[in-house]
Design a protein around this ligand. Structure first.
Ligand code: KG4
Ligand code: ZN
Length: 341
């Protein structure tokens, strides 16, 4: 018998709903929120309101596109953290009400687990990572290195001590006057620039940890000083600036990843999270993987940034292990608040 799971993702500014049959994605609808573009970043209150408007039509569309009736669903999986609390509350409240109405189980999914587990969605001709594998999760709010021992057994060996990699892309883009989210814009301009033209100190942190706040500051100071002499500095050097800052971020990410892979003797390496959409990072992983004989797992573009298919597949594995949720579960903004409420 097949298992049908509906996944709901509302942790930030994308309202997404997906339906899967076992590990096969049947639909994955994502409604973005243009309302933030005027502000250069996500405005939490506006995000919650947009989720409220989007959630019912997106659920409806996801079910229709999947060709699945709500009565066929076995469980509702939803992201309950980390993320923006107001946004999470919309998904949480909807998921609880929907599961209660249908009389089916509710499953809580950790957003970062979901990013990693996207690799287990079925894709024709593609193999699945084998445990244990090393996963670098790089998103707007998080940067971490995990040894993934099983679907729900993660050993986090490193994480950022300040800014996340995605946040660094976004901040660099903001300094350059590019629109939010900055990652895709930096990626596009970097492809036309020379990465050697500007040198930034490689961000340093102990062990397998990351640190990006110093890079952001040195990037800001370079631009501020250069603009004093040449008001057209950004315009003239945009591509090279993007290429240089991007290379510094990627070098820092790869340095710790390569060290961890070699120290731990793991050669199955995966990438996850929004920054895994970055074309240079993807290429770099492929190149290093060839040199080091790694088996490399890079998400399809549709599973890099926030999406509900990854929530649904995480929910599927929890359902199979009977790790069902509770109507009393509360959303949490930060990982450190998980299970404390
Ligand atoms: O995983 P995600 O969608 O949301 C969070 O969980 O935070 O990641 C969003 C982040 C943003 O910082 C965005 O700028 C970054 O992913 N991003 C990229 C690219 N596409 C999205 N960063 C670099 N290059 C890209 N092509
Ligand atoms: Zn995310």
């Amino acid at each position: 018998m097949h298992t049908y799971i509906l996944g709901i993702e509302t942790s930030c500014d994308d309202t997404s709903v997906a339906v899967i049959r076992d590990n096969v994605m049947l639909s994955n609808i994502i409604a973005g929120q243009d309302v933030h573009s005027a502000y250069g970043g996500v405005v939490p209150e506006l995000a919650s309101r947009a989720h409220q408007q989007n959630i019912i039509p997106v659920v409806d569309t996801a079910l229709k596109k999947a060709g699945v009736d709500k009565k066929q669903l076995h469980a509702i999986a939803y992201t309950n953290g980390p993320g923006l609390l107001g946004s999470l509350l919309v998904g949480t409240s909807f998921a609880k009400a929907f599961a209660l109405g249908l009389g089916i189980p509710l499953i809580e999914v950790d957003h970062l687990h979901a990013h990693v587990l996207c690799h287990f969605l079925y894709r024709e001709g593609k193999s699945l990572p084998e445990f244990p594998f090393l996963c670098l999760t790089v998103s707007g709010g998080h940067t971490k290195l995990d040894i993934v021992n099983d679907y729900f057994s993660f050993n986090t060996i490193g994480s950022t001590i300040d800014d996340a990699a995605g946040e660094t892309f976004d901040k660099a883009a903001k300094i350059l006057g590019l629109s939010y989210p900055g990652g895709p814009a930096v990626d596009k301009h970097a492809a036309m620039g020379k990465a050697e033209n500007y040198k930034f100190p490689i961000p340093k942190a102990g062990g397998y940890d990351y640190s990006f706040s110093g890079l952001k500051t040195s990037f800001l100071y370079l631009i501020r000083d250069a603009l004093k002499n040449d008001p057209a500095f950004i315009e003239t050097h945009l591509n090279d600036l993007c290429a240089s800052v991007q290379k510094t971020i990627i070098d820092a990410l790869m340095h710790k990843l390569m060290k961890a892979a070699s120290d731990k003797g793991i050669n199955c390496i995966a990438l996850a999270g929004g920054v895994s959409a970055n074309s240079a990072l993807r290429q770099r992983l492929i190149d290093e993987g060839k040199k080091r004989k790694w088996q490399v797992f890079i998400p399809d573009f549709q599973f890099t940034t926030d999406n509900a298919a990854m929530v649904a597949i995480a929910g599927y594995f929890k359902y199979r292990q009977n790790k069902l949720g509770s109507h009393k579960a509360l959303p949490y903004a930060r990982q450190s608040q998980k299970n404390k409420n």
